[in-house]
Design a protein. Structure first.
Lengths: 308, 180
C-alpha cells in the first residue's frame, strides 16, 4: 500500500515535470515557430532575378536588360584608336568615333533609344522588349529573354556611281533574340542569335543578309564593379574584304547615377549592323586594331516611385 | 488514481490548446538616410508580422526586394550592391513584447526585445513600441535606428557621403486574427 502510493506520487511528479518541460520548450522555440509561419505565408509570391547585367549594353552589344519605367539615359560612347603611321601630329589620338544617344524606359519591359555616330555617320534607333524574366530559385523561367530590333541609316557621302545614292537603300536592320541566364549572383552569360539585313552592298559577291550569334558574360568583382566580355561570330561574312568578329573585354563601373564602361575592342562602330558585319581588324594590340572604348551614361529619373 | 488521470487530461489539454495568434500581412516598414549629399527614402508595404497573444512572442519578416525607392536605380543598387538580396532575401525579427497585456483596450507603450537578422548579421535589439487596441484590432508602431556598420554592409569610399551611418527605420503593423 505504502509502496504503491509512493509510486503514484512519483508518477504524478514526473507528469508535472514533463508538463513543465513541454511548456518551457514551447516557450523557447516560440520565436522560430512564428517565423516558420511567416515563411509559409510568403511562399506563393513569385520573385524574379534583377540585374542580370548592369546596363542595357554590355560593352558594344545589347544586353538582355531594359530600363525601368521613366528612366532616361543620356549616353556618350567613345572609341579611340591610332593610325598605323609612324609619325602623326594628332592631338591625344588619331581617330575618335563618338555616339551620342538617348534611351528611355517606356515601361519596365520596353526600352526605346536613338543615337548618332560621328565617325561612320550612322543614325540609329531601336526598340528592346523584355519578353520573359528569369525566376528566382528555380521557380518560373530559367532564362531571361529580350527581343531587340534596330534600324540604322548610313549618312556618309558616297561616290556618285555607288548604289547608295537612293535614300531607301541606306537603311539597315538588325534583329536579335537575347537569351541570358544569371547563373550565380555574380556570374551571368548571354547568347544572342542575330539576323542582319544590310541596305548597301557594294560588291555582287557579298550577302545582303547575315546570320550571326553573339556570346557575352559578366563577372561581378565587387558591389559596383564587374568584368565583362563579348564576341560575335558571323556565319556568312562579307566576301569582298576581310572582316573579323568583334571582340571586347571591359570593366563596368557604377557610381550612383553614373555608369562608366571601359573596354578594349576591335570594333570601331557602335551600331549593331556595322560592328557585327564590318569590323575590319582582328583583336590585337597593334595600331589601328586596338580601340580603347569608353562609354559614359548618366541616368535621369523622370518618375518618383514613392508618389502615388 | 483519479488525480493522476486528471493531471494527464490537463497536461493533454494544455499541450493541445490552439494559441491565439494575430497576423499583419501588409505591414509598413520605411527607412530614411539623411546626408547633405542626398536623402534616400524607401517604403515596403508587404511586411509580414505575427504575434502570439498567449506568450507575447512577436516575429517580423521583411522581403528586401519589396522596398520601393524614389529612383529605380536606388532600388537596384540597394538589392545588388548593398543588401545583396540574392543571397539574403529577407530581414527577420523574432522577440518578445515585455509585459504586454492583450486585454487592455487603448494605447500601451512597451519594450520589445529580440534578435534582428539582416544581411547575414544578427543583432540584439530593444525597441520601444506603441501598441493600440481598438475593437479587438491591434496596431503596433514604432521606430529604431540601425547602424550600417553593424550589418556588414560595404559602402565604397567614393559613396560614403551619400549614405548615412545611422539609418532611421519606422514601422507600423495592423493585425487581424490568424487562422491556420
Amino acid at each position: 500500500m505504502l509502496i504503491s502510493s509512493l509510486n503514484m506520487k512519483l508518477m504524478k511528479n514526473r507528469t508535472i515535470f514533463y508538463l513543465m518541460s513541454f511548456m518551457l520548450i514551447s516557450n523557447l522555440i516560440g520565436g522560430q515557430e512564428l517565423l516558420d509561419i511567416l515563411e509559409k505565408e510568403q511562399k506563393d509570391t513569385l520573385m524574379f532575378t534583377e540585374a542580370t547585367f548592369k546596363y542595357s549594353r554590355i560593352t558594344f552589344g545589347q544586353s538582355v536588360q531594359t530600363r525601368k519605367n521613366g528612366t532616361l539615359d543620356v549616353k556618350m560612347s567613345n572609341r579611340f584608336w591610332n593610325t598605323p603611321a609612324e609619325r602623326s601630329q594628332s592631338f591625344f589620338v588619331d581617330r575618335i568615333n563618338t555616339r551620342f544617344a538617348l534611351e528611355y524606359g517606356l515601361s519596365d519591359r520596353l526600352l526605346i533609344g536613338a543615337g548618332l555616330s560621328t565617325f561612320d555617320e550612322r543614325f540609329d534607333g531601336f526598340l528592346k522588349y523584355k519578353l520573359l524574366k528569369q525566376g528566382l530559385k528555380g521557380n518560373g523561367s530559367p532564362v531571361t529573354i529580350s527581343l531587340f530590333q534596330n534600324l540604322s541609316y548610313f549618312d556618309d557621302m558616297l561616290p556618285y556611281s555607288s548604289p547608295g545614292t537612293m535614300a531607301s537603300s541606306r537603311f539597315s536592320f538588325t534583329s536579335q533574340i537575347l537569351i541570358a541566364k544569371k547563373i550565380t549572383s555574380d556570374f551571368s552569360l548571354q547568347v544572342s542569335p542575330t539576323f542582319i539585313h544590310r541596305g548597301l552592298v557594294f560588291n555582287e559577291n557579298d550577302p545582303q543578309n547575315h546570320f550571326s550569334i553573339g556570346f557575352a558574360g559578366r563577372y561581378k568583382l565587387g558591389g559596383h564593379v564587374s568584368f565583362v566580355s563579348e564576341y560575335y561570330y558571323v556565319a556568312n561574312p562579307i566576301e569582298s574584304f576581310d572582316t573579323y568578329g568583334p571582340f571586347s573585354i571591359g570593366i563596368n563601373w557604377e557610381v550612383s547615377d553614373t555608369m562608366l564602361q571601359f573596354m578594349l575592342t576591335n570594333a570601331v562602330s557602335m551600331v549593331e549592323d556595322a560592328f557585327i558585319t564590318q569590323t575590319r581588324n582582328n583583336f590585337n594590340f597593334k595600331n589601328p586594331n586596338l580601340n580603347v572604348g569608353f562609354n559614359f551614361v548618366y541616368t535621369f529619373h523622370l518618375k518618383n516611385r514613392l508618389k502615388r | 488514481m483519479y488525480k493522476f488521470i486528471f493531471v494527464i487530461i490537463i497536461a493533454f489539454l494544455s499541450g493541445q490548446r490552439t494559441s491565439e495568434k494575430i497576423i499583419a500581412r501588409q505591414g509598413n516598414v520605411s527607412f530614411f538616410s539623411y546626408t547633405p549629399v542626398e536623402n534616400i527614402k524607401a517604403e515596403n508595404n508587404q511586411v509580414l508580422s505575427i504575434v502570439d497573444l498567449e506568450n507575447n512572442k512577436i516575429a517580423v519578416s521583411i522581403l528586401m526586394n519589396a522596398f520601393v525607392f524614389e529612383k529605380a536605380l536606388m532600388r537596384e543598387h540597394f538589392n545588388e550592391s548593398y543588401i545583396e538580396s540574392d543571397i539574403y532575401p529577407k530581414a527577420t525579427f523574432a522577440g518578445e513584447i515585455i509585459g504586454f497585456d492583450p486585454n487592455i483596450e487603448g494605447i500601451q507603450t512597451k519594450m520589445v526585445k529580440g534578435n534582428f537578422s539582416m544581411h547575414g548579421s544578427d543583432k540584439e535589439l530593444e525597441i520601444k513600441v506603441k501598441i493600440e487596441k481598438q475593437n479587438c484590432v491591434f496596431t503596433i508602431s514604432g521606430s529604431f535606428e540601425a547602424e550600417v556598420e553593424d550589418y556588414d554592409i560595404k559602402i565604397p569610399p567614393l559613396l560614403r557621403g551619400n549614405i548615412a551611418k545611422i539609418i532611421n527605420v519606422d514601422f507600423k503593423f495592423e493585425y487581424e486574427a490568424y487562422e491556420e
